[in-house]
Design a protein around this ligand. Structure first.
Ligand code: DQA
Length: 146
């Protein structure tokens, strides 16, 4: 059975309260429950991890080596700053899909660049919580067809 590791970066623990006009009303728990339900339908296993700390996310990516077949990540603000998270994804060579609730390409210029995109299978951005669901399907399709 495929196992997918879902990683949520900084400030995503505040979803529901945090700038709801940009990030929506759903809490992180609600999004994780929706993904768990989707995983049951897809008959895959799924694990969740959120951290506000760059190193903790790097540790979790390293720990995923040999344990999971795919990573679904919303790196939050680290998308635009973290060479360390990018290098960890490249190092473990686990197929990774990058997701964002907001469309980072129509926001401030500093959000347009992603350090993660070049080491990801692909990126889904701008569909709110649906970005995660679409990302999970894209990742599972990718893994099952490769
Ligand atoms: C985000 C977009 C990032 O620019 C921002 O720093 C976040 C959330 C998103 O899901 O839209 O924290 O990754």
């Amino acid at each position: 059975m495929l196992t997918i590791q879902v990683l949520h970066g900084p400030n995503l623990n505040l979803l529901g309260k945090r700038e709801p006009e940009i990030y929506g009303q759903q809490t992180l728990d609600t999004i994780n429950q929706m993904l768990a339900e989707e995983a049951r339908r897809l008959q895959i296993a799924i694990e969740f991890f959120q951290s506000n700390h760059e190193g903790a996310l790097v540790d979790q990516i390293q720990a995923a080596m040999g344990q999971v077949q795919g990573i679904l990540i919303n790196p939050g603000a680290y998308t635009h700053t973290s060479v360390a998270i990018r290098d960890a994804i490249a190092a473990v060579a686990i197929p990774t899909v990058e997701v964002h609730l907001s469309n980072i390409h129509r926001r401030e210029p500093f959000r347009h660049h992603s350090y993660i995109a070049p080491v990801a299978v692909g990126q889904i951005s701008g569909f709110g919580a649906e970005s995660y669901r679409l990302g999970l399907h894209a990742l599972v399709n990718h893994l099952q067809s490769s």
